[in-house]
Write a protein that binds this ligand. Structure first.
Ligand SMILES: [Zn+2]
Length: 438
């Protein structure tokens, strides 16, 4: 079992190398291959062996990794863990180049429920997937990450908006296009996104590019993830929602000793949760169902296996903020570093029920680690996760849990340095538990 500091060190590396869902899947793929997992292709037939790890990706932005366990044990059910790879951000529009007041800017769309204010005055970089045509007229794709801060959205000075601290609002169409550069004086060599992408791809080793056909690019804060606070007890980073949970699930799976673990285990990390999950690779799509069907074969077996399975949907929770404590129910205010949070909502915005919550508490007690619980105030709307969607798609009993955080959907969120590690240890035990309470 890795130590707390090893775990957090690897987590920060993972967050840093995963500025987009494409990069997150690529980072996870690398870790899976290093651990002996075998890549599968959905377009090919599979022949699976017992006691082996496998993984499949869809759209390069969603991934399923699973371990087969033993055939005899199979009917006892899957240990399933789910999370999502996407985070709210600013995505570059198709025809993005803007030239205003001598500045070159890129038009952006807002992806998901982004908290826009904190995007101002940050050193932004750009990453994503680019698809291009080469000289043989082949269509090729590549991941791209500028890493360097190449853009910024400067605030409007308070002198030009005296009421800014009281009433500033943001028009996402006009107020947030990031500035990349000044336009050269002579105006003969105007910068364009296509030129920028070709030159970056060239320097990354892709020499044969005839034309950029399309891209999915997003801006991100280039400030590296860090341990912060007087005692370094907090983790500050972009995309903690929900790459923190992807990493916890993956780390637990990689440490489940699949070569000798009888229990079949699976981790699914879907794209598009922040925009409703309905896509060919989202949790509302058939990716997980199709994969499970292929692994299990016969529908009668599948129904029996599902009835014995448990899904743990991992997504961050809201810690109670000392400056805004009234936004929480007084009896349900999770504190950072006091343990993962069981999320409940009687209207099924979370999939937890009394039995799945009890199983989590039972697992935590065995590990002698704390847990907390959350329900939203009765007079406020509740968020949701892939939990209820997956429970509805598969008919599998499900628990919603997550690490308490501050500043959810900001480009820099904050978590405790203990809770991810605690949840990892519980999930590791879950993956190895042969008999769950039924
Ligand atoms: Zn989330």
């Amino acid at each position: 079992m890795s130590t707390l500091s090893d775990f957090n060190h690897q987590l920060l590396q993972f967050l840093n190398s995963s500025p987009t869902p494409f990069h997150a899947v690529s980072s996870m793929t690398e870790l899976l291959i290093n651990a002996g997992f075998i890549p599968l292709k959905e377009s090919e037939s599979w022949s699976l062996k017992d006691f082996q790890g496998y993984f499949i990706t869809r759209n390069d932005s969603s991934i399923i990794a699973f371990t087969t366990g033993s055939q005899e044990y199979f009917k006892h059910g899957w240990r399933l863990v789910g999370a999502h790879t996407d985070s709210p951000c600013l995505k570059v529009k198709p025809n993005a180049d803007l030239y205003q007041q001598n500045y070159w800017q890129l038009g952006v769309e807002v992806y998901g429920g982004a908290l826009l204010n904190p995007w101002y005055d940050r050193d932004l970089s750009l990453a994503g997937r680019v698809t291009f045509l080469n000289s043989q007229k082949q269509v090729c794709s590549a991941l791209i990450n500028f890493e360097e801060p190449i853009a910024v959205i400067p605030s409007l000075a308070i002198h030009l908006d005296r009421n800014a601290n009281k009433e500033r609002s943001i028009n996402p169409q006009t107020d947030i296009p990031p500035i990349l550069s000044l336009i050269p004086e002579d105006n003969t060599n105007k910068p364009t996104l296509s030129k920028l992408l070709i030159s970056h791809l060239n320097s990354a080793g892709y020499q044969d590019i005839k034309e950029i056909l399309d891209y999915e690019l997003s801006f991100y804060d280039s400030q590296a993830p860090a341990l912060v606070g007087l005692n370094k007890e907090f983790i500050a980073s972009a995309r903690l929602d929900n790459l923190l949970s992807c990493f916890i699930g993956l780390h637990a799976l990689l440490n489940s000793e699949y070569q000798k673990n009888e229990v079949p285990c699976l981790l699914v990390c879907n794209d598009h949760e922040e925009v409703g999950s309905q896509s060919h690779c989202g949790a509302q799509g058939p990716f997980l169902q199709q994969t499970l069907t292929r692994v299990m074969g016969c529908p009668i077996t599948a129904a029996q296996v599902m009835a014995n399975s448990l899904m743990i949907s991992v997504d961050n929770a809201h810690g109670i903020h000392p400056n805004y404590a009234d936004r929480h129910d007084a009896n349900h205010g999770p504190i950072l570093n006091k343990g993962p949070v069981i999320k409940q909502n009687c209207n099924q915005r979370y999939a937890t029920n009394s039995e799945t919550a009890a199983i989590y508490k039972w697992l935590s007690q065995q590990q002698q680690v704390p847990f907390q619980s959350f329900v939203v105030r009765t007079d406020m709307a509740c968020g949701s996760t892939i939990g209820p969607i997956t429970a509805g798609e598969l008919g599998v009993r499900t628990l919603d849990i997550g690490v308490p955080t501050f500043a959810m959907h900001s480009p820099r969120e904050l978590a405790g340095n203990q809770d991810g590690y605690i949840l990892n240890n519980v999930l590791q035990a879950f993956f190895k538990t042969t008999e769950l309470p039924s």
